[in-house]
Design a protein around this ligand. Structure first.
Ligand code: ATP
Ligand code: MG
Length: 499
């Protein structure tokens, strides 16, 4: 716990407060930034609250050289400090008039917001005691009506006022409670926790976007594994990602000592420890999500061994469906999809050849091949197996380094359509495309073949083949169409319906 002092507040923030106070208004920093300063954590953003209304706020800053932004329904005015980097938490400071909130007839947003003249009224509408403090650096005055500082000291999350009422107003708050506990390593107070259980089903009325934003913060938090576990034990996860719960008690046998659920969580935990990018952590959490649906007895009924054939194909698809449902951005969906789809690649270390590594780089892309390695480490550690022997890891690294500059696309071949038509006098048409792909297959097997001379000679030979045959060669390397692959896995599982 730190004592909050004016000198820890960035100059730009104090300047905003000074301007408002010099014009005769009250002004405080408020909410998350006060909480974070007391904890000794870097605030995400600096929010200021004041008894001035938007027109008055705008008037104060019109005379200064700062850019003023006012484009929302909540009375919030933004002051932009162009001298700072965009990433700086003090780049845009948001000033919001003291507010009280009206009724929440739709469980989501207050029907109306009205301004207030009392700081204590503004603090009363805030969700948790730790978020309901305000600080005036000029008077060195902390307004803490609800015991926020005490709750920080105890590491407890409690609502301001009656938790049932507060969660009835806005059910997203139950997820925010878990989010703050995962970010700060706090626990929910007894009453707050009980009320969360009672309100869990009301997450169904909350928009996917709001749920997504809290879910992202939980997965990205220092105590992510505990956060996801709490979502489950408090009855929320079934309204967010029920697919994860299918892994509970889904035993795996073999080298696995954990069920699928615990294994996914422990894989995420390793991603957290390693500080991997968000999408790698999410891929770690989802990587075996297809296992429950694909689990079958290995050798017929009596067997104790399980197989999960095609779980990465089914799992990648499930991960994508989940993320689309939660309205994740396309590029995150694409990345997580690829990582889950190809996470089995490095599982058989002795079978890996350079040309297989080349094909993998082609599939996941150069920029993601190292992420795939990181996911693999999460997977291993999440199994409870000891760290991989360094020499083996060095071997993979060396193999990836070796192929990373090799040609992996038609565009990287030393021959192209223009040369074939212009200089070799060949006829354009679909055949040319098949030939180029067939050539790429040869180059993926052996990159030293990527010379103009070799490729010209092979082109002439291939052109002699009947269409049928050259087409087959050209399409051999193309990934089977996703749908086709998925259907093949499904069919196989129907055929062996034993598990
Ligand atoms: P961070 O910015 O680190 O994610 P924060 O505490 O600042 O955390 P924000 O979502 O930025 O959280 O909200 C700022 C403040 O607004 C909170 O500290 C809280 O006082 C209040 N607040 C935000 N959302 C709600 C809500 N749904 N119900 C009540 N108060 C809220
Ligand atoms: Mg904030």
């Amino acid at each position: 716990m730190k004592r909050i002092t004016p000198k820890n507040i960035p100059k730009g923030v104090r300047w905003v407060i000074d301007q408002l106070q010099s014009a005769g208004h009250e002004a405080f920093i408020v909410g998350g930034c006060v909480r974070d300063m007391i904890i000794g954590r870097e605030p995400n953003d600096w929010d200021v609250t004041t008894n001035a209304v938007p027109d008055e706020i705008i008037k104060v800053f019109e005379k200064t050289d700062r850019r003023v932004v006012y484009e929302n329904n909540f009375g919030t005015v933004g002051i932009v400090n162009k001298e700072l980097e965009k990433e700086d938490p003090a780049y845009e400071i948001e000033i919001t008039p003291y507010r009280t909130e009206g009724d929440y007839s739709d469980n989501r947003r207050p029907d109306q917001v009205s301004f207030s003249t009392e700081i204590t009224e503004d603090l009363m509408r805030r969700d948790f005691t730790i978020n309901a403090m305000a600080y005036d650096p000029t008077r060195e005055l902390l307004v803490d009506e609800y015991g926020g500082e005490r709750d920080i000291e105890k590491g407890v999350i409690r609502t301001v006022g009656n938790p049932d009422e507060r969660f009835s107003e806005d059910a997203l708050r139950i997820m925010r409670a878990v989010r703050f506990s995962a970010q700060l390593g706090f626990v929910c107070g007894e009453e707050t926790m009980q009320a969360i259980r009672n309100h869990a089903k009301r997450l169904q009325n909350i928009s996917a976007e709001r749920i997504r934003d809290e879910f992202i913060k939980i997965v990205d938090a220092p105590y992510a594994m505990d956060g996801i576990t709490s979502l489950h034990t408090l009855g929320m996860l079934k309204y967010i990602v029920p697919e994860l719960e299918e892994g509970i008690d889904c035993e795996q046998g073999g080298i696995h000592s954990f069920d699928v659920w615990t294994h996914n969580l422990k894989s995420l935990e390793h991603g957290t420890h390693k500080n991997y990018p968000f999408y790698v952590k999410l891929a770690a959490l989802f990587h075996d999500i297809g296992k429950p649906a694909t689990r079958r007895k290995a050798n017929g009924r009596g067997s104790k061994e399980w197989t999960f054939y095609g779980h990465e194909v089914v799992g990648a698809r499930m991960a994508r469906d989940i993320m689309q449902r939660l309205k994740f951005p396309k590029d995150t969906i694409e990345k997580v999809y690829k990582l889950v789809r190809y996470h089995m690649f490095f599982s058989d270390p002795d079978a890996i050849t350079l040309s297989a590594v080349r094909r993998m780089v082609k599939n996941v892309g150069k920029d993601m091949i190292w992420d795939l390695m990181d996911l693999r480490t999460c997977d291993r550690i999440g199994t409870g197996r000891p760290k991989e022997k360094p020499y083996r890891l060095r071997k993979y690294h060396a193999m990836i380094e070796e192929v990373i500059r090799d040609p992996i696309s038609v565009g990287m071949l030393k021959i192209n359509g223009d040369i074939m038509i212009g200089e070799m006098g060949l006829h354009p048409g679909p055949k040319m495309g098949w030939v180029l792909h067939a050539l790429l297959e040869e180059v993926l097997d052996d990159p030293t073949r990527n010379t103009r001379e070799y490729l010209e000679q092979r082109t002439r030979e291939l052109y002699e083949l009947p269409d049928q045959e050259i087409r087959k060669l050209g399409e051999a390397g193309k990934d089977k169409k996703e749908e086709e692959e998925f259907q093949a896995v499904k069919k196989l599982h129907r055929k062996h319906k034993v598990g």
